[in-house]
Design a protein around this ligand. Structure first.
Ligand code: BEZ
Ligand code: FE
Length: 291
């Protein structure tokens, strides 16, 4: 083969330039990427006009990113890429709590509250008691687990989306488990809401005739020394968008029992988080670092 680029030899022409000194992981990732990218372009016979449209779309996606908005992660979310990477990186034994997307509305260092406290500071929505235990695979309580929670308010917005309208840290809090591993706090029964769809990702969803909604959920980030962190949500079982989450975050094991018990408590959601031990071999990719 001559070294010149042709339609037929395009993959080899590009991958043949990769230096032997490049790290094994870079070689593996980039040669596979070029392979699949060229196959895709050949499969759809991408036109010059479509290529320009894609470049413009990606450029605008980048320009939409700010300190508080990450349109590329949102793009990854709606393409199912975030959930796929998460699934590959968090294979867990049966019985362990499954992961799902973190989402753009997590804020670190939420106030540490006392067990039983309310995280709902705006007084809106239907009250809901969230309770359960953090345990290991053998059912033993995990003491000292930090249960970090956040949800939208009854209007479907997170506090950070409405800093002028909502109290800071509305519907957020951290709770530290005691010896019995139990947690409990008062929030609201979550409601479904649209992901930010006023940018390029929204245009893409519209072009695909897809809606932007996420089914109602409460976010949890559970961490404890010696255990793998759990990034997850629990979903209400009665949401119309459960089967069509815009970011593919629903797993059947994460649909919780929300029970209407009336009175001041309103609703009660029970869910146990099952943690697995930290495995240090997970921290290094088998082919070495990507640099
Ligand atoms: C969320 O649940 O907060 C979320 C996740 C992915 C994209 C947008 C929002
Ligand atoms: Fe959310």
């Amino acid at each position: 083969m001559s070294g010149y680029f042709t339609e037929d030899n395009s993959v080899d022409a590009v991958n043949g330039r990769v230096g032997n000194e490049a790290s094994p992981r870079v070689q593996k990732v980039m040669t596979s990427l070029v392979h699949h990218l060229h196959d895709f372009v050949k499969d759809v016979e991408l036109t010059q006009q479509e290529w320009e449209l894609a470049i413009d779309f990606l450029t605008r996606t980048g320009k939409t990113c700010t300190d508080t908005r990450q349109e590329y992660i949102l793009l990854s979310d709606v393409l199912g890429l975030s959930m796929l990477v998460d699934a590959i990186g968090n294979r867990r034994p049966a019985g362990a709590t499954e992961n799902t997307v973190l989402g753009p509305f997590y804020v670190a260092n939420a106030p540490i509250r006392d067990m039983g406290d309310s995280i709902s500071l705006d007084g809106k929505g239907e009250s809901c008691l969230f309770e359960g235990r953090v345990i290991d695979l053998d059912g033993n309580p995990v003491q000292g687990a930090m249960v970090d929670v956040w949800s939208d308010n009854a209007d479907g917005f997170y506090d950070v989306q409405q800093p002028e309208l909502q109290p800071k840290w509305n519907n957020r809090g951290r709770f530290l488990t005691g010896a019995d591993g139990s947690y409990g706090f008062v929030g609201i029964k979550p409601v479904s809401y649209p992901i930010p769809d006023d940018g390029p990702v929204g245009e893409l969803l519209a072009a695909l005739h897809r809606h932007p909604y996420r089914p109602a959920h409460m976010h949890f980030l559970v961490t404890a020394p010696g255990h793998q962190k759990i990034v997850t949500h629990i979903f209400t079982g009665d949401d119309v968008y459960l089967g069509s989450d815009a970011v593919f975050g629903v797993k059947s094991s994460l649909i919780a029992n929300f029970e209407h018990i009336g009175g001041k408590t309103g609703w009660r959601a029970s869910f146990n988080f099952v943690m697995v031990p930290e495995d240090p071999s997970r921290l290094t990719a088998s082919d070495g670092p990507i640099s």
